[in-house]
Design a protein around this ligand. Sequence first.
Ligand SMILES: *[C@@H]1O[C@H](CO)[C@@H](O)[C@H](O)[C@H]1NC(C)=O
Ligand SMILES: *[C@@H]1O[C@H](CO)[C@@H](O)[C@H](O)[C@H]1NC(C)=O
Ligand SMILES: *[C@@H]1O[C@H](CO)[C@@H](O)[C@H](O)[C@H]1NC(C)=O
Ligand SMILES: *[C@@H]1O[C@H](CO)[C@@H](O)[C@H](O)[C@H]1NC(C)=O
Ligand SMILES: *[C@@H]1O[C@H](CO)[C@@H](O)[C@H](O)[C@H]1NC(C)=O
Length: 476
Amino acid sequence: MVVLTNQKTLVRTDRIILQRLFIASAVVALSVFTIPLDLIESEEDLKHNPKFLRNSQPTSGSQWASKQNIVPYESKYHVVFSTGCSNFQDWQSYVFFYHVLQSGQEGHVTRIVSGCNESQKQELEGIFETEVASLAPGRFHLHHTPDYSRIKQRASYVYFNKPYGMRHWMEHVLGYPDPSEEQDDDIIMLLDPDQIIKRPFTAEFKREAEDWKTEPESLRVDHGSPFAQVYGFGLRWKTQIDLAYVFQNLSTPITSMTKSELEDYYHAMGPPFIATAKDMYSIVKVWSDVVPRVHDQFPQLLAEMYGYNLAAAHLGLRHMLAKSFMLSSVMTYRIEAWEKILDPLPTERICDKNLPQESYPHVLHFCQRYGVGKWFFNKKILPKTLLSCDGPLLQEPPYNLVDLYSSAIYPGVLNVIPLPMSRRRHESFMLCNVIRDLNLALVHYKQQHCASANYEYNLTFFENMTWVDNTTLVTT
Ligand SMILES: *[C@@H]1O[C@H](CO)[C@@H](O)[C@H](O)[C@H]1NC(C)=O
Ligand SMILES: *[C@@H]1O[C@H](CO)[C@@H](O)[C@H](O)[C@H]1NC(C)=O
Ligand SMILES: *[C@@H]1O[C@H](CO)[C@@H](O)[C@H](O)[C@H]1NC(C)=O
Ligand SMILES: *[C@@H]1O[C@H](CO)[C@@H](O)[C@H](O)[C@H]1NC(C)=O
Ligand SMILES: *[C@@H]1O[C@H](CO)[C@@H](O)[C@H](O)[C@H]1NC(C)=O
């Protein structure tokens, strides 16, 4: 049994187990990663992929553009996500790309990676070519940008890389600010790296297939008609921000928007964001312009999300807001489509691995902690080298998890969390699906890249998984 546990509660033996795991995986990872790669293509090859590369200028100091795959692949969809340069994000990225394929999501997919130094850049490009680009020749891309986390003198904020990374990518790959006419009509889908696509996006929605916050005026992604998922921060992007400061005393239409206009079209939106390239570039310009000052006012997580909302509202780009693009936070009953998606499922189907695609949200966003009994998930305490040959897979919860426990306990936390039935169903749905989806990607990796591999489903967050369910233990 390999046990994952919180730093605080690491007992000595656990620490040793974990360290061995890390070292062992690192050694294997290195031997996989050093496969020499020389996939730099000739000018002739590049002509085979004119659409994606039109107007592109190589990022300075990067061979990115000349390393494009030779297989032509035409699509007007671009799925993009932004990451830093760490191996924590390598496994997340692999899982992301893997599920793009599993779900049947169309389009080019680009990992924007900010802040690699030269040697990291070369190493990552090598890994990416062998492990990711090869999954779907011509479709999967890596785009390097500088590190924007320190654009402010006094404070560092990693998520500055989202707006600035997007801007860099749109300018260096799509040719903005002077794109070709048809480029403007491309569809940009901006997601987070910890989102698993379950039900693919297109530029058209069906009214009844989604759960809408407000009845949408249009069901088609078009100029002036972008889409986004609703989040839980309401209109705090406006009420917690001094607009005069953020817009430097320039007038902004936000000040004269009615409450209902704000509620209907700009209510706390976040990724997945879907917009035409033209609209996305307009947003990205204002977004990157305002975000350092938003962070002055609100130096916390979400500053970059507030920035997106401010940019969209400033431009009057009304977003069609959906609750069913994502499931993420189990307690958000009115913000995410928990009821629409889970209420029709009988208990025995909550963990069913054969649910039809229509039964899922577009993405599962595994950014929270999930727990039922001692079954638990927290991406932050998984090994950084999860993607490895000899590391184990995650132990998968039993299919009847919902029926087994009426409370949960988290690693390193003494109090027991009582789980009323609806919450237990939500937690179980996330646990079963996220753990299974991670394992599917890890197994694929092992099959593709390991001469021999560990296929044991052993990794747990508790050493002792036996849990005497006793909700009277509640202390807070
Ligand atoms: C994983 O579990 C199996 C079966 O319980 C056990 O035989 C094996 O030793 C475990 N492996 C590790 C690495 O803990
Ligand atoms: C790049 O960054 C890594 C990790 O921080 C470091 O170990 C390495 O020395 C750096 N390389 C160069 C060339 O700066
Ligand atoms: C905006 O107006 C305030 C108050 O008049 C002033 O203190 C501030 O310097 C102005 N800021 C800019 C960027 O003009
Ligand atoms: C595991 O935990 C259960 C419940 O707390 C306890 O009864 C049992 O003795 C524990 N087993 C081991 C091997 O520690
Ligand atoms: C479980 O709850 C009962 C009361 O219902 C309590 O007496 C008992 O001590 C609890 N068990 C544990 C292991 O705390």
